[in-house]
Design a protein around this ligand. Structure first.
Ligand code: AMP
Ligand code: MG
Length: 407
């Protein structure tokens, strides 16, 4: 059994960098940019109208009021996507819609509300005086050509997608998703939706793994529940080692008679870096590498598997996909926390704001087989070993479950 922090630093040493790929803008949400996004043109790209109305020479509208309107001759139309090529002259106006190019010669837009309106007549009455530039969105006023809009390494959210689309990027270069294999082991496991026989249970861990892996940005390319026999394990794992960046198992790494996973890893030439970490739950954690694959063997108990994924696998995928690291958080305990004397201790818990302070309490269910202890929680509380339980009022480190909020 090795200390928790030592195990963490061993994992850290074996991380590698993933390649890049170019994908459609449509598929880029949630990925991380592997390129800078540069403005290939100024924005707005051309002077255009901010209002539906009339393009005018502002000096023609001097002293115009509703009682004393100025009459201009209508000589054309500029609509969004169909500019007018007419050069505006004194005493003239052109219908000009929102987003339409400002006609040559015009220096202001009169809103349609400040005129006699759109009609078939060739005369328009203007009821307000305009100043040069009124209701005109100027070329380059938002962004200059060549400006860096988004930095390489930025996660792609709706704002980035919209900005890339605005500047015409149909494809983006992003960091690859790690390809992962997830598997469960156990003769007792039955897929949800089927009837259970005596002594059987439903496989829940792979459903949790699949959900977590997808949320953190991995691509699941192999997934299976494998019986407790070496041949099936060997067949699955030899293929997974060749094709995946990360392999994650649930079960089969404990001390049981049929816990073959570690043995088969060794037979396949996997380099074992540690097996058994001073933590609870999830002591029999296996970490190894084979070719270019990181291998995590998580124990089968559902809470050990879930917390093991969140504390060991999630941060690795986060790092490989270059997502920004969340700030470490601490919260004040409202209830005692069962600190261990030699092991790092994790429990699901609830954190909330109280009088401007982040406070928390562990789930009352502490068994590593009690997956429902994760319901109605929003974080994992964790503390290094120490003397006796942590008391209310003491602080503890918390990892928020990234899809939850703190109220
Ligand atoms: P193991 O690590 O294989 O000794 O399994 C420890 C406990 O976790 C046993 O009670 C198993 O039945 C249970 N278990 C193993 N795999 C799963 C799974 N995929 N889903 C739910 N429970 C599991
Ligand atoms: Mg088992």
């Amino acid at each position: 059994m090795i200390p928790f922090h030592k195990a963490k630093s061993i994992v850290q040493k074996h991380l590698f960098t993933l390649g890049e790929e170019t994908i459609s803008l449509n598929d880029a949400g949630g990925r991380v940019l592997a390129q800078d996004i540069i403005a290939t043109f100024p924005s707005p790209l051309f002077d255009n109208s901010a209002m539906d109305g009339f393009a005018v020479l502002s000096r023609d509208t001097k002293d115009a009021t509703p009682k004393n309107p100025v009459t201009l001759k209508l000589v054309g139309v500029s609509s969004a996507g169909t500019p007018s090529d007419i050069e505006l002259e004194e005493g003239e106006c052109i219908q000009c819609m929102t987003g339409a190019k400002i006609p040559h010669g015009a220096d202001a837009i009169i809103m349609v509300e400040d005129s006699s309106g759109f009609s078939d007549l060739d005369k328009v009455q203007i009821t307000i005086e305009a100043f040069p530039g009124k209701h005109i969105r100027n070329c380059g006023e938002e962004i200059k050509e060549g400006e860096r809009l988004i930095q390489k390494g930025t996660p792609i959210t709706p704002s980035e997608i919209g900005t890339c689309a605005t500047f015409g990027y149909g494809e983006l270069t992003v960091y690859n998703k790690p390809k992962i294999a997830i598997f469960g082991t156990g003769d007792e496991l039955v897929e949800p939706g089927n009837a259970l026989c005596d002594g059987q249970i439903y496989n829940s861990n792979l459903y949790v793994f699949a959900e977590l892996a997808t949320r953190v940005g991995a691509e699941i390319i192999m997934r299976d529940v494998i019986k407790d026999n070496k041949d099936s394990l060997r067949a699955f794992l030899s293929h997974a080692i060749e094709t995946c960046d990360i392999i994650i198992s649930s079960g089969g790494v404990s001390m049981g008679k049929y816990d073959y996973v570690r043995e088969v890893f060794m037979e396949l030439g996997v380099n074992e870096h540690f097996w058994k970490v001073a933590q609870k739950p999830g002591k029999p954690l296996f970490f190894g590498t084979g070719y270019n694959t990181l291998i995590f063997g998580l124990p089968g108990n559902p809470v050990s598997s879930y917390i093991g994924f969140m504390e060991w696998v999630w941060p690795v995928i986060h790092t490989l996909t270059r997502q920004p690291k969340p700030e470490p958080l601490t919260a004040i305990l409202k209830k005692p926390f069962p600190r261990e004397d030699v092991k790092y201790r994790f429990l699901f818990g609830k954190a909330w704001m109280e009088k401007g302070q982040l406070v928390c309490e562990p789930s009352p269910k502490v068994g590593s087989h009690m997956l429902t202890s994760s319901l109605q929680t929003n974080c994992i509380l964790g503390t290094a070993q120490g003397d006796g339980p942590l008391k209310p009022g003491e602080s503890i480190s918390i990892h928020l479950l990234p899809w939850k909020t703190v109220k």
